[in-house]
Ligand binder design. Sequence first.
Ligand code: SGN
Ligand code: CA
Length: 518
Amino acid sequence: MKVKNIKLTMHMLCPIAGALLVSSCSGEEKKPKNIVFIMTDDHSYQTISAYGDSYINTPNIDRIGNEGVIFTNSFVANSISGPSRACAITGKHSHKNGYMNNIDCTFDGTQQTFPKLLQQAGYETALIGKWHLISEPTGFDYWNILIGQGDYYNPFFIENGEQKQVEGYATTITTDIALDWLEHKRDKNKPFCLMLHHKAPHRTWMPELCDLGSFDSVKLELPANFFDKYEGRFAASAQEMGIFKDMDLVYDLKMADKENEIHSSYLEKWGRKLYEQDFTPEQKTLWDAYYDPIIADFKSKKLEGEDLAVWKYERYMRDYLSVIKSVDRNVGRVMDYLEKNGLLENTLVVYVSDQGFYMGEHGWFDKRFMYEESFRTPLLMRLPNGKKGKVDALVQNIDYAPTFLELAGVDVPDDIQGVSLLPILEGKIDDLERKSLYYHFYEYPSEHSVKRHYGIRTSRYKLVHFYNDIDEWELYDLQKDPSEMNNIYDENLPLVDSLKNELRLLQEAYDDSIRFSY
Ligand code: SGN
Ligand code: CA
């Protein structure tokens, strides 16, 4: 057992300390200026009830949106973890912040970021949880980060440079550390910016022990395009992120039978990675008590073809939803803390994911594509005494940085490419002047084989160019075809020219040097 004897015990939360902070503030200081920026990893908007027709009830995440703004058209600039995070903290597209992919990039920590600018303006800044930008975090008074992707169970953290293993479950531990920082570690005389960034619900979707089986009796309906044949969409047909063909029975779906009879494509590559998970004996007993009967039942069924595909989809969904249950519960703990300590009235609370995720649409898991499920990301922002309701404006993750800076009264540097959402949050405007969004994904060749592509999305249309080892264009009318099944690029619509023209203008405006003649 490698688990070190380090346990984080949450101290009794003291409501009085926080209350003092607010009551000692002058009127001016009472204006909202703290920032709690919660980010999850791969959380789909399809699994947040504030976004409507959801697979799961998420009352605590919903609360942020119900008491604030639910952005219904929120997108990323590059749908993959490190790059998305780099866009968020710099307010710039990938080609400007230099972190284009998760494979061979290291974030240049000397560059301008919003935490640094806030820190220079007198903020106390903290980063807790997933970081994933390789270089050591800069611009934080306190940081306590997971190593790489981090583990769900008994994860290693690096606290201001010192490595420690903490017993327990990542989402709960990350929240414990954040609450501990809020209560005991920060300088309470300063405004603060807390980046609370969870590992969950990233692959391999390992639920917290208390949540195992929570969704086993829920009826799940396959997305209408689960058996997509990718006609007219070459890049989509070339991917390796299919639930049926690429999701691994042992590695992803935990069917690690003790008889070692279930074999899968990943076994050679990864070994029985799940068994290598650093469980404590107590954790392992509870884990096996849940999965062993499922493994036995699965083996007895001898499923094949479509039946196997549906079984994999359902197992994936049940695990994923159980992981979200813990995320939501822990968001509730943060909201309760802020409320009990009088901090909700002067804190902007933000809930986002680093990108969206496929819940079986097109037959997939994972992200990367500029298709809606992964290009979109949930965004809920609660500004005290601010606007409440849904906002349809096209917003992007490069907008968080200028929003936070404007809230803090810091001048937004000219080289930031995003736009502040503060006027929307304050109810001063309903829309931005921006009429289209730019996207660029670079991580190919790589895991899941999603080709390099860039594109433009307006409120109605999406034009995408897949390049590098292919040269394919796709065009969708999102009003008529929201699931993006029908590529109308070859219909020679006059629309193509105007969208290409707008795409060119965006590439010029954002100064993206990848410009093809089109
Ligand atoms: C890991 C996962 C991939 C995932 C990437 C990027 N494989 O490599 O499935 O697409 O992370 O995810 S795993 O076998 O290690 O789980 S990201 O959210 O961090 O960008
Ligand atoms: Ca991610």
